[in-house]
Design a protein around this ligand. Structure first.
Ligand SMILES: [Zn+2]
Length: 527
């Protein structure tokens, strides 16, 4: 006897439908699985065999052949367990009604006792299921809250293999959540969304930052134009405090971005219990000792790294110069293209990685270069060497570099607090709207994404600004790339004020966000 079950597998951030063909012939007991890597086959056989027997069914004797098609799609083993088990029970006559089996996509990993364990990437799977027009998905109960965010597919979430069998054959079964049918899922989702909104409410605010007006302003400009930022300051100067508040001045995720971001977290296995679609931009802060796989992504069964988890949000790299050199260099591709491709011997995956980089570091190896009260012990050559690690292509893509000065005790008392996040965000949104209407015809939405041609077109300088810039080129030895960076930032500054023309003040402010170059090219002070 033969049957065919639809199942699915996750590839990168997408998914693909897999057909499980199950054939049982008379003969000596033999079990063959085709279409999976060898080790996965062995494990799948053991899990399915035990789960079937421990759920009160009989594992059939005879020649059993299971084929997972198409063969050329890379598959991992455990997600097919439930589909394989259902197929085996159909061909062995233990599930009688199989006329509706075509209506289902079946996914789930089996425990040895028949419990159905959750799978990663259920959102990506549901999106595929929806597009090919299959109406029902039979899946693990533990994935229910995640799956309930996609409408248009009937979700049947079960806890045990025996429940799955009961559901398909139309006999006794328990379907979860008890008493909830699909019609009420929308209400459940809305309730959950409200709950999430509450828990996701910003717990930090820029109004808690004292002093640091220059740094907060620099960050506002960066957020407005989508510019990458480097915060330079000694330990305890408040770099982390400022960085962690950047998401509070960024616009919320659009619906499309929200689904995309939630999908990534679902695939990475980070989907929090009982939460809904993500609404806030992600803020990821990997430690400098983290591995390349953890940050960039990859591995034997490739997983998204921190740069992908930061997609549509902020990637904060504290102590930037302490990260491994190869990791810093690997940021180049995502910073240029908004994605990362991960190559293995037999396949290649693309993960999205369009993030705003917020890096921070000490001003010099000893940390006291800017400190008025303590003497920096570093030589000029030591300081230059220190910045070499981040110079070149990466620094070229960090439009804004800001010095963060430590506050003195007296200043902590007297300094004014910064504006609230809400009022900064209002200006950021205004500037972003202007950019969007100007740039969307070019397929971009932010000033930081402009190429040289667009910079020339949209950053027109009057005569006095031209004079200023030619003085700056001479004085600071500006490269063409540095010149364009300054113009782009000046464009954003004018957009914050809703001004079409660029003024000298905009250029001067943009020139003030070049801290690294300033340190590198500053003449050593003669004592
Ligand atoms: Zn120093």
């Amino acid at each position: 006897m033969f049957t065919r079950i639809h199942s699915a597998t996750v590839i990168g951030v997408d998914s693909s439908i897999i057909e499980i063909e199950v054939d049982l012939k008379k003969g000596l007991p033999q079990q063959t699985i085709v279409g999976l890597p060898d080790t996965a086959v062995k494990e799948a056989k053991e899990r399915v065999n035990s789960a079937v027997r421990n759920s009160g069914f009989v594992f059939p004797l005879g020649k059993l052949t299971i084929n997972l098609a198409p063969a050329d799609i890379r598959k991992e083993g455990s997600i097919f367990d439930l589909g394989i088990a259902v197929g085996i029970l159909i061909v062995s006559g233990q599930i009688e009604t199989q006329k509706n089996i075509e209506e289902y996509v079946i996914v789930g990993e089996l425990s040895l006792d028949g419990y159905i364990r959750p799978v990663h990437g259920i959102l990506a799977i549901l999106e595929t299921v929806k597009t090919i027009g299959i109406q029902k998905i039979l899946m693990p109960y533990e994935n229910y809250s995640e799956a309930s965010m996609i409408s248009g597919v009937r979700i049947q979430a079960v806890r045990y293999l025996s429940d799955a069998v009961g559901l398909i054959s139309g006999s006794q079964y328990t379907i979860y959540p008890e008493g909830e049918n699909h019609a009420s899922v929308t209400t459940v989702f809305q309730k959950r969304k409200a709950a999430v909104k509450k828990t996701q409410a910003d717990s930090v605010d820029f109004s808690e930052v004292k002093g640091q007006a220059h740094a907060v302003r620099g960050v506002e400009v960066a957020a407005s134009g989508g510019h990458n930022v480097l915060l330079i300051g000694s330990p305890g100067s408040g770099k982390t405090m400022i960085a962690s508040r950047i998401p509070t001045i960024l616009p919320g995720l659009t619906e499309e971005e929200s689904i995309e971001t939630t999908k990534i977290y679902s695939i990475a296995g980070y989907f929090p219990e009982n939460s809904g679609l993500m609404e806030k931009r992600p803020f990821r802060a990997p430690h400098h000792t983290a591995s390349e796989i953890a940050i960039i992504g990859g591995g034997k069964n490739p997983i998204p790294g921190e740069i992908t988890l930061a997609h549509n949000g902020v990637l904060f790299m504290d102590e930037f110069s302490e990260f491994k050199q190869n990791i810093i260099q690997s940021l180049r591709q995502p910073m240029e293209t908004g994605m990362i491709s991960i190559s293995r011997a037999d396949f290649r995956l693309i993960f999205p990685a369009d993030f705003m980089l917020v890096a921070s570091m000490n001003p010099c190896p000893c940390g006291y270069l800017f400190d008025p009260d303590r003497k920096c012990q570093c030589s000029i050559s030591q300081i230059r060497k220190y910045y070499m690690k981040i110079s070149g292509p990466i620094l070229d893509r960090i439009d804004i570099q800001i010095e963060v000065k430590p506050l003195k005790l007296a200043e902590i008392v007297t300094e004014k607090t910064s504006l609230s996040s809400a009022s900064i965000k209002k200006r950021v949104m205004g500037a972003r709207n202007i950019q969007k209407s100007r740039l969307s015809r070019h397929g971009i939405t932010l000033n930081s994404q402009m190429n040289g041609v667009l910079v020339k077109r949209y950053c027109v300088l009057n005569q006095s600004s031209k004079n200023l810039m030619s003085r700056a080129v001479k004085e600071y030895h500006l490269s063409a790339r540095a010149y364009f960076k300054i113009l782009k930032v000046a464009r954003t500054i004018a957009d914050i004020e809703g001004r079409e023309s660029l003024r000298e003040e905009d250029l001067l402010e943009a020139l003030s966000y070049r801290e690294v170059e300033d340190i590198l090219y500053r003449e050593p002070k003669i004592p």
